[in-house]
Design a protein around this ligand. Structure first.
Ligand SMILES: *Cc1c(COP(=O)(O)O)cnc(C)c1O
Ligand code: SF4
Length: 345
């Protein structure tokens, strides 16, 4: 039994579901993490006091390999000393979303769809994430302030899809999520709802029967975009969590970030697509890294990304090849990279 803080014990509004328990009992110390992995004697060069703290759920730690210093899951969460080195071209807000951030909590960048920042919280802190610098304090309206967001969507009949994002929208309670889904379903011109979440991968317990009902019970055609970067993230617990969602008719997609030392090999990405499909998920995007400060050691050169795309096209059926894209400030969509095609001359 792990000691919990007094605030946890006294929180009034707390439902105590296993997933909420898992969110409270995440590993937050690099020493503890390395000890759990039998790596205490091999401590890599760490940032011991990172501004963006270490945070990793125990079920995700259980999928890391003991004694493997270069484990691709570990690399995604361990604060490396390299994060503290500034690199030219890597900045705090690489996408400059300020113009698209029309209201607190709402980003309207692409035609027909808006993204809502539902929560600043994540179960896991991914070292490569732009969230390490994102001004969540300005983008998380308390409940009373969602009214302008709903008004904005209501006033624009060209909007057909709402994307619940974050942070992680599934870190919200079912009650809060249900309120959101019901409110959106009442807007006649909305057709689709999309949820972007890493929780089904890192805390599969989050997918409760109540969540399945909530996501599949609305009038809106709903999809869930999970986030896995490496095939070892998809184990049987993740497969079991996704099965009822699939069975209930949800579209399941995956997005990954291309990360040096994690998934920058054709074999790894091929295996990721295979495992995703085996649990009912189609690969959607492989994002080139946003050039956020502190993440330069994850960067993969564009030429290598194109070569990987070509390699996947040569090995997999088209529907298992993700779209390789880059987010570009002020562009009308994410920009496809295109494969490095074989020379014809
Ligand atoms: C990625 C993103 C979307 C969704 O783009 P799709 O190409 O539809 O997946 C929407 N809004 C913002 C701000 C985004 O960054
Ligand atoms: S937003 Fe996604 S990538 Fe970023 S820390 Fe949260 S789960 Fe990780």
């Amino acid at each position: 039994m792990i000691a919990r803080s007094p605030t946890d014990w006294h929180a009034k509004d707390r439902q105590d579901e296993p997933w909420q328990h898992a969110l409270r009992e995440v590993v937050t110390s690099s020493d503890e993490l390395l000890a759990l992995l039998d790596l205490a004697d091999e401590a890599p060069a760490l940032d011991r006091r990172p501004a963006f703290p270490l945070r990793v759920p125990r079920s995700f730690v259980a999928r890391m390999r003991r004694g493997e210093r270069d484990d691709p899951l570990l690399r995604q969460v361990l604060p490396a000393l390299a994060e503290t080195q500034t690199q030219p071209g890597f900045v705090d807000d690489p996408l400059d979303e300020s113009e698209a951030n029309k209201l607190p909590g709402l980003i309207h960048k692409y035609a027909g769809r808006v993204l809502l920042v539902l929560s600043g919280n994540c179960a896991i802190n991914c070292r490569y994430c732009f969230r390490r610098h994102f001004p969540y304090a300005d983008n998380r309206p308390p409940r009373a302030e969602w009214a302008p967001v709903f008004d904005y969507i209501e006033r624009d009949p060209s909007l057909h899809e709402v994307i619940l994002s974050g942070g992680d929208p599934l870190s919200l309670s079912d009650r809060r999520l249900a309120e959101m889904v019901d409110r959106l379903a009442a807007i006649a011109h909305l057709r689709r709802l999309r949820v972007h979440s890493r929780l089904p991968v890192v805390v599969p317990q989050r997918v409760t029967p109540a969540l399945v009902e909530l996501l599949t019970g609305s009038r809106l055609a709903t999809s869930l975009v999970i986030h896995a970067n490496h095939p070892r993230e998809i184990d049987e617990t993740v497969g079991a969590a996704l099965r009822p969602l699939r069975a209930a008719g949800l579209s399941l997609l995956n997005q990954s970030v291309l990360l040096a030392g994690v998934n920058d090999h054709a074999d790894t990405l091929t295996e990721l697509s295979e495992r995703l499909f085996a649990v009912g998920v189609l690969p959607y995007y492989v994002h080139l890294l946003d050039r956020v400060s502190g993440a330069a050691h994850f960067d993969v050169p564009e030429a290598h990304a194109r070569a990987l795309h070509a390699a996947l096209l040569a090995r997999l059926p088209g529907y298992l090849v993700p779209r390789f894209v880059r987010a570009v400030a002020h562009a009308a969509s994410k920009i496809p990279l295109g494969p490095a095609l074989a020379q014809t001359t």
